[in-house]
Design a protein around this ligand. Structure first.
Ligand code: 8DG
Length: 254
């Protein structure tokens, strides 16, 4: 079964809204955390279990023994086309087929309609949210990660250099400023990497690829900086929002 809807927001924003498990609230789905990550297991009504097999800019997929859900995102000139595909295994026999047609399809359609409305709502919120920028600085096939010194709850965890965009700044300008403040070096900012990851109701994390424009980065406000390979990325104790971005960061390095 397929359904599609146009959402008036860029792909990076809609992809972020899709990762936000708050848009699954009200569907009786148990989720492991506030953000969907590759490999997460979702538990739906009747104990149906689904593993997340894709969570990136192209959309989200989840698959289990009986059910598969795919949401594909396509950029159009007029916003993002969200294409949902649902497939499930029908219990055999006449009764099973009857139940499938009368109950299963109607239920799936109602769920998709409700979800599409909540996705559009969350995308609008995130599109208007304040942005925290982060720099994916790559040198010689390694990514620069930095280890937070505070607050206590996040001390020791890893993140990317960056911070909040001030009201009068462009995101790229904020990133250059933050890299000078935190690392003591200028950077050249490139393309966005991965989706806008929801941090709170009205705050998103947006990562840009970046290159050093000179100098050697130092941990001026952090515990440490470290250059990590694609293989080392999943093993680092990242802040939760950055963990979601690991596959996109690995793609950037590969
Ligand atoms: N810089 C940065 N912040 C991140 C990342 N991942 C992530 O969840 N965050 C969160 C942590 C904070 O809640 C928020 C940014 O705060 P910050 O402390 O770095 O930036 P800031 O100095 O401009 O913020 P503030 O003084 O206004 O709190 O974003 C990341 O990779 N880099």
């Amino acid at each position: 079964m397929r359904a599609s809807a146009l959402v008036d927001a860029p792909v990076a924003v809609v992809a972020g809204a899709l990762l936000d498990t708050s848009s699954l609230a009200g569907f009786g789905v148990k989720v492991p955390g506030p953000l969907l990550c590759l490999g997460d297991v979702l538990t739906g009504p009747f104990g149906v279990r689904l593993a997340v097999t894709r969570a990136d800019l192209s959309g989200v997929s989840a698959a289990g023994d009986l059910l598969e859900l795919h949401t594909d995102l396509v950029a159009t000139g007029a916003g993002t086309l969200v294409v949902d595909r649902v497939s499930w295994t029908t219990v055999g026999g006449v009764v099973g087929r009857f139940a499938d047609v009368t109950v299963g399809r109607g239920m799936a359609l109602r769920v998709l309609e409700k979800r599409s409305a909540s996705l559009a709502r969350r995308s609008a919120e995130l599109g208007a949210a304040r942005v925290v920028v982060g720099a994916a600085i790559v040198r010689g096939g390694r990514l620069l990660a930095q280890q937070r010194a505070f607050p206590e709850s996040h001390a020791g965890q890893w993140e990317l250099p960056g911070g909040r965009v001030e009201p009068e700044e462009k995101p790229e300008e904020a990133l250059v400023r933050e890299c000078v403040e935190e690392l003591g070096v200028p950077v050249v900012v490139g393309e966005q990497v991965g989706p806008d990851v929801p941090l709170k109701q009205d705050l998103v994390l947006r990562i840009y690829a970046a290159e050093l424009a000179g100098g050697e980065p130092e941990a001026l406000e952090h515990n440490a900086v470290r250059w990590v390979t694609a293989g080392q990325l999943p093993g680092l104790d990242w802040l939760p929002a950055d963990r979601v971005l690991v596959p996109a960061l690995q793609d950037l390095l590969n």
